[in-house]
Write a new protein. Structure first.
Length: 150
């Protein structure tokens, strides 16, 4: 169930981070504009046209936003909270369980490239994956997203 929960969290984060401009807010007040490439083992890989590709420890990041003035999409502190919220909500768990026999969901769970991307926090790779994009359109995934957003 843990991998399934990670997949659903990845889907929710994709819907929150699919934007042309993203901002990585550092604790020292610096704001980097660019694209999140991945989040793996506590390190953000972020690409900026001005600075190139950078690896930034989560300990130096206060938030990742989806553009100017928008709320944080990924915050090092909220990943665990999101997982706990989902695992503790019977409605969300029922929606997740309803996906377990969905052919599109099963195809994703058997795709080694997608599983590796989920485990590595490679949101950029997931964002462009046609199987993931199709799954994001499922009513259950949209219902989970609405429930988590409230």
């Amino acid at each position: 169930m843990r991998l399934i929960t990670k997949l659903i969290i990845a889907l929710i984060l994709l819907t929150a981070t699919c934007a042309t401009a993203q901002e990585l807010h550092l604790k020292d007040g610096t704001i980097l504009k660019g694209t999140l490439l991945s989040f793996d083992q506590g390190v953000y890989t972020f690409s900026s046209s001005a600075l190139g590709t950078m690896n930034i420890p989560a300990s130096k990041v206060s938030a990742l936003t989806t553009g100017e003035g928008q709320s944080p999409a990924i915050n090092p502190q909220n990943m665990q909270t999101l997982q706990e919220q989902m695992m503790g909500d019977n409605e969300i768990m029922a929606l997740i369980e309803s996906l377990q026999n969905d052919p599109d969901f099963l195809a994703i769970m058997q795709d080694p490239e997608i599983i590796t991307a989920i485990q590595n926090g490679d949101y950029k790779g997931l964002e462009t994956n046609p199987k993931m994009m199709k799954l994001m359109e499922k009513s259950q995934v949209k219902a989970i997203k609405r429930k988590v957003d409230h």
